[in-house]
Design a protein around this ligand. Structure first.
Ligand code: C2E
Ligand code: MG
Ligand code: MG
Ligand code: MG
Length: 282
């Protein structure tokens, strides 16, 4: 098979491979520096209810690179997962999120969600770590939500289920992120210790134009509600989507229409202006 490739093709292929590897090596080095130089920040995207009240925030990591500006987590989280650097990154995220809870409560934000990586379940120390954070910062467990994707169940599903059950028993809220994009969503709803699902924004994006997306979203909402789970609609970008979702029985939302992910300073301003003018928009 290799023989049939022309010389140029081979060179091109080889080149591409090297570039990819180089990129990954340099990214790995830069992530290492970013951790040391404290270039990571948390941003907070509000989640909101039917009255446009803030019901919580999702913590989203931001990397302020000295020359490239903000780099999307989509670019380096997958690399960090391959190199194992997601562990120190996640450690930083959990600690930072925990330190923020008191301040968030003070400005009227009752809960915080963090994204967990599958690797965090491998160390078997996750529950202990979260317990000690809750204790150390005097955080009521119900104020914390952990968002996971189905990848968490790929390696050792029994272990992941066990740890999630323990988190649930503490009172931590367990959410399935990007719901509907995976392959076995229904069995999750049946078998997994899950309190909340977040319907992926690719469905929400289509609900006003596509009967199918609307039907899937409506069906998911009613199924989840019948199972006693909460539902958050992700990626709500327009008022039209919000109104339609509301008519489907949705009660929790997140998306650019309400707010983009905000720095702590901007979040403070946002809650301040909402508290003075929120009712007007209802
Ligand atoms: P996610 O957990 O599903 O986070 C939601 C993503 O959707 C965020 O992208 C957010 O900015 C974006 N988003 C929110 N509303 C809208 C909308 O209305 N329209 C559109 N087009 N996008 C919207 P972001 O911050 O770039 O994060 C991407 C992914 O990176 C996250 O997806 C999550 O999987 C991962 N990630 C982010 N922060 C962390 C972290 O601290 N730890 C881990 N392990 N992963 C993280
Ligand atoms: Mg998430
Ligand atoms: Mg999501
Ligand atoms: Mg997503």
């Amino acid at each position: 098979q290799a023989k049939r490739l022309g010389g140029n093709t081979w060179h091109w292929f080889n080149d591409g491979l090297n570039k990819h590897a180089l990129h990954e090596v340099s990214l790995r080095q830069q992530i290492h520096e970013a951790l040391n130089l404290k270039q990571f920040q948390l941003f907070y995207q509000p989640m909101f209810g039917n009255d446009l009240d803030i019901i919580g925030v999702e913590a989203l990591i931001r990397w302020k690179h000295p020359t490239r500006g903000y780099i999307s987590p989509a670019e380096y989280i997958p690399v960090a997962e391959r190199t194992g650097q997601i562990i120190p990154i996640s450690e930083w995220v959990m600690e930072e999120a925990a330190t923020m809870v008191a301040g968030l409560t003070e400005i009227g934000v009752p809960t915080i969600s963090i994204n967990l990586s599958p690797l965090q379940f491998h160390r078997h120390r996750l529950v202990e770590r979260i317990t000690s954070l809750l204790d150390g910062y005097q955080i009521q467990a119900g104020k914390l939500c952990v968002e996971i994707t189905e990848n968490v169940f790929l390696d050792d599903p029994q272990e992941a289920i066990k740890q999630l059950r323990e988190l649930q028993n503490l009172g931590v809220v367990v959410a399935i992120d990007d719901f509907g994009t995976g392959f076995s969503s229904l069995s999750y709803m049946r078998d997994m210790p899950v309190d909340r699902i977040k319907i992926d924004r690719t469905f929400i994006n289509g609900i006003t134009a596509s009967q199918r997306d609307a039907a899937i979203t409506r069906g998911t909402l009613s199924m989840a509600h019948e199972l006693g789970m909460d539902v958050v609609a992700e990626g709500v970008e327009t008022e039209e989507q919000f109104n339609l979702l509301k008519s489907f029985g949705c009660t929790s939302y997140q998306g650019f229409w309400y707010s983009r992910p905000l720095s702590w300073d901007d979040l403070q301003n946002f809650t301040r202006s909402r508290n003075s003018g929120a009712r007007l928009k209802v």
